[in-house]
Ligand binder design. Structure first.
Ligand SMILES: Nc1ncnc2c1ncn2[C@@H]1O[C@H](COP(=O)(O)OP(=O)(O)OP(=O)(O)O)[C@@H](O)[C@H]1O
Length: 680
C-alpha cells in the first residue's frame, strides 16, 4: 500500500506533476476517511487529464497502472523500481476492492446520472455496461452535455419532407448513376438533411465542403420553395487558421456551384442565402472576459437554425460542451472533419469517439432502405449492421479523394498508415511503404511526390546534406520573396502586395516535427534552421527577435489584436511616416493582409519547425516530417497520418530509423471516454 508520502516521492521523481499531488492531498483532507488504496489511482486521474484523457478506465488501469504515470520504463533504476512496486501491488488488488473504496469515498460521486448530477464531489465514478470509468467532475459534466445535446437532436424529427430531400438531391446531384459505386456525398447530404445532428467525415479532399454547400443549398432551397423565410446559418471552425481556410474554400466552392432552378427559386437568390463567412467557435460563442465561460450559454443561447463546424477533430471535450450549451435545443448541428486526424491537444477525442462506426457504416437495413428510397443510392451489405446505434445512422464517411488524383501516392501512403491493425497482430506495413515510395520515384515528372531522407539523430549530429538541401530550397522560396522588398517610396499598396506574395509562398513548404523538446524537437530545429538559412544566404540576419523574414506562430488566442492560436505571420518591414518599421504581416482571412506591431504580439514562437499537432487545419504544397529515432507513446498512426495529409503535392519523410516509422503506424491514440457508450 502507498501513503501520501510515497506518492509525493513519485512526484519528486517526475512521474506526475505537483499539481496532481496537490489534488490527491486535498482529496485526502476533504474526505477524512479516504481509503489509501485509492491514492495511486487518484494521482493517475489528475495526471492523465493533463495528457488529454477525459477519464480512466479502471480495468485498464488495474492491468498496468504504471502506464498511467510517467515512469521512464527504459530509464533510471529508481523509477523502474517504483513502477514495478506499483504494478506488483496492483496485481494483488481485486477490482471489487477498488470499486467499494470508490463508492465509500465522499470525494467520489456514484449512482445514476441524476444522482451524480445532484452531488458536487470533485470525482465521478461511472459503471455503464461492462465499463468502469473514473472522471474529474468537469469532464464528466462536459461529456453529459454533449451526450444530451446529441441524443436530444437525434430524437427530434426534422421538418424537411422526404419529397423535398428527394427533389433537391436530384436537382443538385443529377439523376442517380446506375453504374457507379455509391455516391457517398449524395448519401451524406440526404442523411444530414434528415437529422438534427449529423457528422460528415472524410480524409482530405473527399468533398466535405462541397457536400455541405449542397446540403445548405438543399436546406435553404426547400425553405424558399415552400414560401418560408431562409434559415439562420452560422459557420465555424476551432481555430482562426481553420476558419480562414474554410472561408476561402466555401467562397470558391460557392462561386463554382452550379445551382439549378427549382420551383420558382432563382439560383442567384439561393446563393445569396448561403453564408460564406466563417468564424472561430470562440467568436461564435463570445468569450466572457478573463473567464473560460461564454456569453452564449444555456440562459442566453445563440440564435441560429443551423451551426456547421469544420475541422471538428480539433474540438476538445469542454469546447464541444460549450457549443451544445451555447445554442438553442432545436439548432441543427452539422460537424465536418477527418476522424483519423490527431485528437485535440486538450482533453477528449470527441470526433473520433462519435465516428467509431463510420468506416464500417453500421447502417441498419431500415436506414439503408430509407437511403435507397429517398436518396436513390444503394448501400452495400458490407456497410449494414442491425446493431448500429442511432448515432451511426447520422454519420456519413466520404471515401473518395478528389484532391490527390485517385491512386496518387500520397493518398496511398495516408491510407496505408490509416489501415487499422487487426487484433493484436501487427501487420507488416514497412515493405508496402517502401513499394509506395519506390513507385513515387518512378512517376516523378515534377519531382517525386514522396521522398525519404535519412537523418541520424544523436545529439551533436549535423544535419545531413540531403536534408540541408531540402530545407534551404523549401524555405528559400518565401525568403527570396522577402528579399524582393519594394523601395521605401513605392507606397503602402506595393508593400501590401509584397507581403501577400511572401505569405502565399510561405505555405509552399513546412517542416513538421513530432516533439517540442529535445535536440530534434521544435525549439532546437528552429535554431538549426535559422543557422542553416543564414549560412546559405537565404536569411541576412537572425539577430534580434524581429529579424526580416522570421515566421511566427501565435500560440494563444488574442482578441485584442484579433489573432487566434495557430495563426502564422512573417516579420517584415512596412513604411510608416517615411521610415521602414518592423511589422508582422498576417492574412486577414478575406484575401487581404494585416500589419501588426511586434510589441502587440503577446504569445508567438518561431515556426520554421512546427509540431504536427499545431499543423492541424493547415496545408502546404510540400510538407516534410521529421520523426525521432526512438519510438515513444506520442508517435501514433494519427500523428503520422495528420503529418502526411498536410501535403498538397509533395511529402518528404525524414527519419533515422524506419522501424520507428512502422512502430508508430501500428500504435493508435488511446483515449477512454463514455461518449460512444451513452449515445445508443
Ligand atoms: N464529386 C466531386 N466530383 C469532382 N470533384 C469534386 C467532387 N467533390 C469535390 N470535388 C473537388 O475536390 C476538391 C476537394 O473538395 P472539398 O474542398 O469539398 O474537400 P474537403 O473534404 O472539404 O477538403 P479539405 O477539408 O481536406 O480541404 C475540390 O476541388 C472540389 O471541387
Amino acid at each position: 500500500m502507498f501513503n501520501l508520502e510515497q506518492i509525493k516521492s513519485w512526484v519528486d521523481a517526475d512521474v506526475a506533476r505537483y499539481v496532481d499531488f496537490s489534488l490527491v492531498k486535498w482529496l485526502v483532507t476533504e474526505d477524512g476517511e479516504l481509503d489509501e488504496r485509492l491514492l495511486p489511482l487518484l494521482l493517475s486521474v489528475s495526471y492523465n487529464a493533463s495528457l488529454g484523457q477525459v477519464c480512466i478506465d479502471l480495468d485498464k488501469w488495474l492491468q498496468h497502472p504504471s502506464g498511467f504515470l510517467q515512469f521512464d520504463e527504459e530509464g533510471q533504476f529508481e523509477t523502474l523500481l517504483m513502477a514495478e512496486q506499483l504494478n506488483g501491488w496492483a496485481s494483488t488488488l481485486s477490482k471489487q476492492d477498488l470499486v467499494v473504496a470508490l463508492e465509500k469515498s465522499n470525494a467520489v460521486a456514484t449512482g445514476t446520472t441524476d444522482e451524480i448530477a445532484a452531488q458536487s464531489s470533485p470525482l465521478v465514478f461511472v459503471q455503464e455496461e461492462a465499463s468502469s470509468f473514473l472522471y474529474l467532475r468537469r469532464y464528466w459534466r462536459a461529456e453529459q452535455i454533449i451526450v444530451n445535446g446529441i441524443a436530444d437532436r437525434l430524437d427530434r424529427a426534422t421538418s424537411v419532407s422526404e419529397r423535398d430531400i428527394r427533389d433537391w438531391l436530384t436537382a443538385l446531384f443529377g439523376q442517380v448513376s446506375q453504374v457507379d459505386d455509391t455516391d457517398w456525398q449524395r448519401v451524406a447530404c440526404g442523411i444530414a438533411a434528415s437529422n438534427h445532428f449529423s457528422i460528415i467525415t472524410g480524409g482530405p479532399g473527399t468533398g466535405k465542403t462541397t457536400t455541405v454547400l449542397r446540403l445548405l443549398a438543399l436546406l435553404q432551397g426547400q425553405r424558399l420553395v415552400n414560401g418560408l423565410s431562409p434559415l439562420a446559418i452560422r459557420l465555424a471552425a476551432p481555430t482562426g487558421k481553420a476558419a480562414a481556410r474554410l472561408n476561402e474554400s466555401i467562397a470558391a466552392n460557392l462561386t463554382r456551384l452550379d445551382l439549378p432552378e427549382v420551383g420558382h427559386v432563382n439560383p442567384d437568390a439561393l446563393k445569396q442565402v448561403i453564408p460564406t463567412q466563417v468564424t472561430t467557435l470562440h467568436r461564435l460563442l463570445k468569450p466572457k472576459p478573463n473567464s473560460r465561460q461564454f456569453i452564449h450559454n444555456q440562459s442566453n443561447p445563440l440564435l441560429a437554425d443551423i451551426v456547421v463546424v469544420d475541422e471538428a477533430s480539433m474540438i476538445d471535450i469542454e469546447m464541444m460542451a460549450s457549443l451544445f450549451e451555447g445554442i438553442e435545443p432545436d439548432t441543427r448541428v452539422i460537424l465536418l472533419g477527418d476522424k483519423d486526424q490527431l485528437a485535440s491537444v486538450e482533453a477528449g477525442y470527441v470526433l473520433g469517439d462519435l465516428c467509431r462506426g463510420a468506416a464500417e457504416g453500421q447502417y441498419t437495413s431500415h436506414t439503408a432502405q430509407w437511403v435507397e428510397d429517398v436518396v436513390g443510392e444503394k448501400i452495400a451489405p458490407d456497410y449494414i449492421d442491425e446493431s448500429g446505434s442511432k448515432l451511426n445512422q447520422a454519420v456519413c464517411m466520404l471515401r473518395r479523394s478528389y484532391r490527390f488524383v485517385e491512386g496518387g501516392v500520397i493518398h496511398q501512403l495516408a491510407s496505408l498508415v490509416n489501415e487499422t491493425q487487426r487484433g493484436s497482430q501487427v501487420s507488416p506495413k514497412l515493405p508496402r511503404l517502401k513499394e509506395i515510395f519506390a513507385l513515387s520515384l518512378k512517376r516523378a515528372p515534377n519531382g517525386p511526390a514522396l521522398q525519404y531522407l535519412e537523418q541520424t539523430q544523436f545529439p551533436e549530429a549535423p544535419i545531413n546534406p540531403g536534408v540541408k538541401g531540402l530545407l534551404v530550397k523549401g524555405y528559400g522560396g518565401f525568403l527570396d520573396q522577402v528579399a524582393a522588398m519594394p523601395n521605401l517610396d513605392a507606397g503602402v499598396e506595393a508593400f501590401d502586395e509584397w507581403g501577400k506574395r511572401v505569405l502565399e509562398h510561405h505555405v509552399d513548404f513546412q517542416l513538421l516535427v513530432a516533439t517540442r523538446q529535445g535536440e530534434w524537437g521544435v525549439a532546437a530545429m528552429n535554431e538549426k534552421i535559422e543557422q542553416l538559412l543564414l549560412s546559405s544566404g537565404k536569411l541576412r540576419s537572425v539577430a534580434g527577435l524581429w529579424y526580416l523574414g522570421r515566421p511566427v506562430m501565435v500560440t494563444q488566442n488574442d482578441y485584442s489584436v484579433d489573432l487566434m492560436n495557430g495563426d502564422v505571420g512573417i516579420s517584415l518591414l512596412y513604411p510608416v511616416n517615411g521610415a521602414l518599421k518592423q511589422r508582422v504581416i498576417f492574412s486577414d482571412g478575406k484575401g487581404g493582409v494585416r500589419w501588426v506591431l511586434p510589441s502587440r504580439l503577446q504569445s508567438v514562437e518561431t515556426v520554421f519547425a512546427m509540431t504536427v499537432h499545431k499543423s492541424q487545419g493547415s496545408e502546404f504544397t510540400h510538407t516534410a516530417m521529421l520523426l525521432p529515432s526512438r519510438h515513444s507513446n506520442i508517435l501514433t498512426k494519427e500523428l503520422i497520418y495528420t503529418g502526411i495529409t498536410r501535403s498538397k503535392k509533395h511529402f518528404t519523410l525524414i527519419s533515422g530509423d524506419d522501424q520507428v516509422l512502422e512502430a508508430s503506424m501500428n500504435q493508435q491514440v488511446e483515449r477512454s471516454s463514455g461518449l460512444s457508450l451513452y449515445i445508443h
